[in-house]
Every structure is written in C-alpha cells, then in structure tokens.
Design a protein around this ligand. Structure first.
Ligand SMILES: [Zn+2]
Length: 313
C-alpha cells in the first residue's frame, strides 16, 4: 500500500521518483457524502454492466478525484459494495498503546516491530492482538504521526549491499588481517557503522572490547574523547569559579554595608594563593580540621579562599 504513496522527500533530486506524485502525508481528509455517493453509483453501474458481483480488481475502473485505488477499495469495502474477502480488524486501545510505545518511544520500524513478535498470531500474546502485516503496522504508524520523516527517507535511500558485497564483507570481517575497525569497514562499503555492527551480530562475528580497543582507530578515538572530557571539565570549573567569585564579591559588599551601618570593622584575611582580600568568615574560607596524633582537636579557617582549588588550574 505504501508504495503508491510518495511523501515529499528530502532526498537528492536524482533519487526522487521521476513520475509526478501527489503530496500525501499524514491522515487524509475523510470521505465526503458526495464522494461516497459517487463511489456507490459507479460501483453499482459497473456491477450492472459486468453482470456479476464486483471483484477488488474491478475497482480500478472507478475514478474518484484525488483518491487512490487503495483508498477507493477500502471505502468500497466499508460501504459493503463488494463482498469482503478478509475481515477488517479494528485496532483496539491496547494494540494502539503498544504501537505508540514501540514506534514512538523505542523508535522501532514496522518491520522490526513485527520481527520482535508483536502483532503476530503466533506470538505468546496473541489473544491481545490480531495478526497484522508490516504494511498495516506502517500505515498505523503514519496515522499516529510516529514516522520520523528524516529517518524513513534515510532508510528508503540507504545503500543496500548486494549479495556479492555481503559475501565479501563477511569474509573480510572474519579474517580482518589489517585489524580494521567497524568505522573503516563502513567507509569502505559505503554503509553506516551500525550496519556493520548489525552484520557482525547476524553472522556472529564478534569483536571483543579488548580487540576493539587495540585497533589504532579506537586508540585515536579514545584519545580524542579523553581530551574532550578534560577540556569540558576545565571549562566547567572555570565557569563555576567565576560564578563563585561573583557570589562572594556580592556577599562581601553586603557585609561591608552592614558593618558600616553599625560602625564596626571587619576582620580580613588575604588568600595565600590568589591574594584576594576577604572578610575572615567561613563563607570565604573553608574550615579545616586541626589534628594532633590523628585526632581532630580543633578546626581553623584555611589560608586559601574558597575560589582557589586544591589542584592548580
Ligand atoms: Zn584565593
């Protein structure tokens, strides 16, 4: 069913189908009474002309503007214009909820939903749902707006390996004398590295974590990651430090104002590291324990202010 519908694609022009298509995305407008009357009149006239009950293929001769053959067929079935071959099973709330969960939250495609045993009569949960085709699951996903257009376009135009390429990849993965990484294989074969991972799984060609880490590309990657983390931490600490300095400065001003109002003097301490002068309180200097033979006998305010960290930065 979905083959007939071409969504407006974000694909490169060269990849788009040549034939003209009507943009159809999301739920279609419901059938008007006029459309239904027209369909019914045409169906009856056609049946009279043929002198027999209509068969689904006959419906190709019925023309309703802007409605596809499939839409006509579905509507004709609903109107009882030809004997149904298959009973239409409505989706129940439970099925819909499950679909929203699988397709919306877990972002599974119709094929993988079906592949996991959902909506299959043979599944353990069979009484809860009807046996549904991949097409009908996909259709329902569209109706619920659960299709990620970018993702589906990607899937539509994704490169698929030919069987010869698959064979070659399989033996290359098995031997892998140059110890290439999944990323490198992906580049070589023009697919994504998740595709390579999927093939590995499918063919049970495992790559241990240790093995993967020995690959030159992994080492590089790890180095980059470590460096990124370091830079991120440093930037965060710098930000926190300037925020703290700002807060302390504000607090200092308020203490000064209060002291001036009461005609009192503040006690000051100069930070041993940064040289800033702060009021000597535990807002500006942290407490440190004073030990004697392993037991804490007192506490004192540190010589370095709260902005100055233990490690240098
Ligand atoms: Zn300091």
């Amino acid at each position: 069913m979905e083959k007939r519908r071409d969504e407006d694609s974000g694909a490169p022009a060269a990849l788009r189908p040549k034939r003209p298509f009507v943009r159809m995305s999301g739920p279609k407008p419901t059938w008007t009474d006029d459309e239904k009357r027209s369909l019914s009149a045409q169906a009856k006239a056609l049946a009279a002309k043929l002198g027999r009950a209509l068969r689904p293929a006959d419906l190709k001769r019925i023309k309703i503007p802007r409605r596809s053959f499939f839409a006509v067929k579905a509507q004709a079935a609903r109107l009882g214009l030809y004997p149904r071959t298959r009973r239409i099973q409505r989706w129940n709330a439970r099925e819909e909820q499950m679909l929203v969960l699988l397709a919306g939250k877990r972002k599974l495609g119709a094929r993988s939903i079906k592949g996991r045993g959902f909506f299959s009569a043979s599944s353990d949960h069979a009484p809860f749902w009807a046996d549904r085709s991949v097409d009908s699951i996909a259709q329902k996903k569209r109706r619920h707006g659960l299709v990620d257009p970018k993702r589906s376009q990607r899937a539509k135009y994704a490169k698929r390996l030919t069987s010869a390429e698959r064979k070659k990849l399989r033996s290359a993965l098995r031997r892998n004398p140059q110890r290439k990484s999944n990323d490198e294989f992906a580049q070589e074969y023009g697919v994504s590295s998740s595709t390579i991972r999927r093939y590995r799984k499918e063919w049970s060609i495992r790559q241990s974590w240790h093995e993967a880490m020995q690959l030159p590309s992994s080492r590089e990657k790890r180095k980059v990651l470590v460096e990124e983390t370091r830079l991120r931490n440093r930037a965060r600490w710098k930000r926190q430090k300037s925020e703290l300095a700002e807060r302390l400065e504000k607090h200092k001003q308020s203490l000064l104002a209060r002291a001036a109002k009461r005609g009192r003097e503040l006690e000051w301490r100069v930070c041993a590291r940064c040289g800033r002068e702060w009021p000597k309180t535990d807002r500006f200097f942290a407490w440190a324990p004073k030990r004697q033979g392993g037991t804490i006998i007192a506490r004192y305010l540190r010589r370095r202010c709260r902005i100055c960290p233990r490690k240098s930065s």
